[in-house]
Design a protein. Sequence first.
Length: 641
Amino acid sequence: MLEQRTRHIHVTDDFWGRYIDIVKEKVIPYQWAALHDGIEGAAPSHAIENLKIAAGEAEGEFHGFVFQDSDVAKWIEAAAYTLAERPDPELEQRCDELIALISRAQQPDGYLNTHYTIKAPTKRWTNLRDNHELYVAGHLIEAAVAYYETTGKQALLDVVCKFADLIDQVFGPEPGKLRGYDGHQEIELALLKLYRVKGDRRYLRLAQFFIEERGKEPHFFDDEAKKRGEDGTFWYSGRYEYSQSHLPVRQQQEATGHAVRAVYMYTAMADLANETDDEQLAKVCRTLWDNVTNQQMYITGGIGSAEFGEAFTFAYDLPNDLAYTETCASIGLVFWAKNMLELEADSRYGDVMERALYNGTISGIQLDGTKFFYVNPLEVWPQAAKHRHDLKHVKTERQPWFGCACCPPNIARLLASIGQYIYTTKNQTGFIHLYIGNESTLTIGSGEVGLKMKSSFPWKGEVGLEVNPDTSRPFTLAFRIPSWANDYQLTVNGHFVDVEVRNGYAYVERTWQKGDHISIQFPLETKVIYAHPEVRANAGKIALQRGPIVFCAEEADNGSNLQSVAIRCQENIDASFANDRLNGVIVLEGKGVRTVTANANGSLYLAKEALQTEEVTLQFIPYYAWANRGEGEMAVWLRHR
């Protein structure tokens, strides 16, 4: 069975539409050049050259990370989503030519990995802990599924099916197969996507095997290390926790280790629980979700606080200046949230998805789409970032590319596919999770429903939705009530209607007619946010949030030494739209004080009498837009009076 899911979601949103345009016009061409080593001053990728060498069309050695092929796959996936939103024959032809090159690089038995094909052809599947073979395969599968669903073309799908069939011959619980799994999760979620397209239950069973086998004893990574003649020593202090293989997944209750690996695994677990109606696995997903979002997530939707291991640490350990919060980790949190929403409609998942999308993901891309952050701290002091070894991971300005360039193509594929996160459907109900302008056709119940949404998010809270069912019939629409909204007004055709609120969703059940119009108003108020008292880094500090947007103070608006200012949060904080700033943003303005010293001799430690305060006006911009006006200090959390 081949199932082609036609994407009937066209984003028309002012805010997100600009990002889709940037991906098409700037990011896709820029990253194409980067993959071809054509960006002056940027770290070379070698990715396309590796494919040519593997295909026998060029001579040379493999260069780059062992997972370099995945950057190509993510570029194709981003291009596929872009083609769905903005058709472009030239881009499609470029994709087809690249897919043909990938096909030529595939080995006769289906194997596809340029690192091993070029550098170590006899050592396949000998170091899954470190070398990402199945991770790369997963990204190729995701790209193939996306490209097939957009274009209907099967060339890349045929390639990855041949590869997946080989993987199925090598791995599994049967005698003679490897009872192993990859050190970096990705193949699991990809196989579930491939299963839904092909309908081949082998792919479902293989995904389930990779998920369930992880963490079992005797430990696979020890066994494969012995076969390599190694003792299994590993650099990460938590050892197996790094790859979430310290326990079988059903026994895990806290997020540990590498943050991206973790959320990719949780994404697959939620998908598998939904696909197989596995309530026990769903319960594990809920437990892990609560641990991450209630104890280990930044206000920006960033996760993974430690640079060492790009990892989770422990509850409430959320330093602002040392924060790692990899862009890919926030993206993975969005993936996980979407699959939790597919599992069950609960606004806590939609709230976090919205938080990550409007803050911790798009902070990873410059407003013009040509530079990127790998790391997204919540406080930056440029002088410290340049001199302190423990801040070596913090960049004060976005970078043109990275040797390990997982984040740039990842943010591109997320932005290009933003429409996929707006809705889910189940039986007779259509769920609206995000308020993003779009024109869509969804299958709800027994037929199709056309939806046309207009949204003023994130700057205003006005939403309109026109409903056009194929025929007049009863069904339900459920609207997420954001956690930041103290109140809301919902009308149908100008009249208030009965609404049932369950798990943060307002359910409107009625017989819908063509042209019915829903209007929702969410009042956007600037909120003063306090962290949990156990978050030591934020003791005595506050942050500002308006709607889904988290704000920060920058040196460009407030001068240096941001640690010396405190905001008077009991006084009015004004919000105004600045067309001429950062492509148009809401700017917050409030009263504050700056602490200065009158001590002329420059003493380091002073009595209170030597300190003075002066009144200042403070300005705050959206966190996602920081570092677009040159290098300078930045802080999300400030002291308050």
